[in-house]
Design a protein around this ligand. Structure first.
Ligand code: PEP
Ligand code: MG
Length: 323
């Protein structure tokens, strides 16, 4: 079986009836890229840049960041690389950045909220990314977007830095797509409006589930509420995918759900375009998708969307598909 999977390494990911999707990987460091390529990754769907900032005494410089981003982009060649801007706060702290204690850190100054507040940190990262953009196929993604104004503000800052760099004579790619993570219910519900302005969506189900179910993703006692198959979650995913497609944009997923064998048939049915997961999961996911009919999964997903509980959806998939 391992050999059969290995044979899929340089193959495309296509359903039985010809719908092609992208299997990509989540990474935290440039060192992981080799493993992504060894496992047949068609792209990087989520580069979590916060690891560049963590476990050190000082802020990484623009040059250090530039080197890291350039390395990833060069190694990936023409393949897409989605870099997420800094997602700190919540449970992640930086020793050199004093952040006031909050009653509910996951509902506080986290990710894009922190970046818009601490603009020097944000601008430094954006400059490093823009400088690296000519070395590959870069896409920039903002985390934890909850309002359209946040996206506009982040994009405005990005374009300001781009303009400054170009005035300094630095070459910057003109092809960079700018997208957002969908991690808050507000953004999923309003996806049709966002779709007019963003180039792509990537659904961060780890947070989207926690915020939709109001259940802390780290708290064991409420882990029973952490339900990827809840029809409420599936409906939010559908809203995002449909909104993207209505505007000719693409929608991916980079939360754990994207690599989950029970969820994958449903996600194919909902029309998801890109699946980003841990490197070791990719070939298995490709093999699974290659054996599914998109058409059949559409009907299947329709059934799931109209169920009442996560348990019913899970049973539907397991019984019908022997996952
Ligand atoms: C997510 O929320 O699904 C996600 C991919 O981001 P993180 O797990 O880094 O919060
Ligand atoms: Mg998240």
């Amino acid at each position: 079986q391992k050999r059969q999977l290995a044979e899929l390494k340089d193959k495309k990911t296509v359903t039985l009836d010809g719908r092609q999707v992208e299997i990509a990987s989540n990474i935290g460091t440039p060192q992981e890229v080799e493993n992504v390529l060894a496992n047949g990754g068609e792209g990087i769907g989520l580069y979590r840049t916060e690891f560049l900032y963590m476990e050190r005494e000082t802020m990484p410089t623009e040059e250090e960041q530039f080197q890291a981003y350039k390395q990833v982009l060069e190694k990936m060649g023409e393949r897409p690389v989605v870099v997420r801007t800094l997602d700190i706060g919540g449970d992640k702290q930086l020793p050199y950045l004093s952040m006031p204690e909050e009653m509910n850190p996951f509902l506080g100054v986290r990710a894009i909220r922190l970046c818009l507040e601490e603009q020097e940190i944000f601008r430094t990262q954006l400059r490093a990314l823009l400088r690296a953009s000519c070395f590959g196929n870069l896409k920039i993604m903002f985390p934890m977007i909850a309002t359209i104004e946040e996206f506009r503000e982040a994009k405005k800052i990005l374009l300001e830095e781009k303009k400054t760099l170009k005035l300094e004579g630095v070459s910057v790619s003109e092809e960079i797509e700018i997208g957002i993570m969908v991690e808050t219910p507000s953004t999923a519900v309003l996806a049709d409006q966002y779709a007019k302005e963003v180039d792509f969506f990537s659904i961060g189900t780890n947070d989207l589930i926690q915020y939709t179910m109001a259940a802390d993703r780290m708290n064991e006692r409420v882990s029973y509420l952490y339900q990827p198959y809840n029809p409420a979650i599936l409906r939010l995913v559908k809203m995002v995918v449909d909104a993207a497609h209505a505007e000719g944009k693409w929608a991916g997923m980079c939360g754990e759900m994207a690599g989950d064998a029970t969820a994958i048939p449903l996600l194919i049915g909902l029309g998801l375009d890109e699946f980003s997961m841990s490197a070791p999961s990719m070939l298995k996911a490709r093999s699974q998708i290659n054996q599914l009919s998109h058409h059949e999964m559409e009907r299947f997903a329709e059934q799931a969307l109209n169920m009442q509980t996560a348990e019913q959806v899970k049973q539907l998939v397991e019984e019908k598909l022997q996952v």
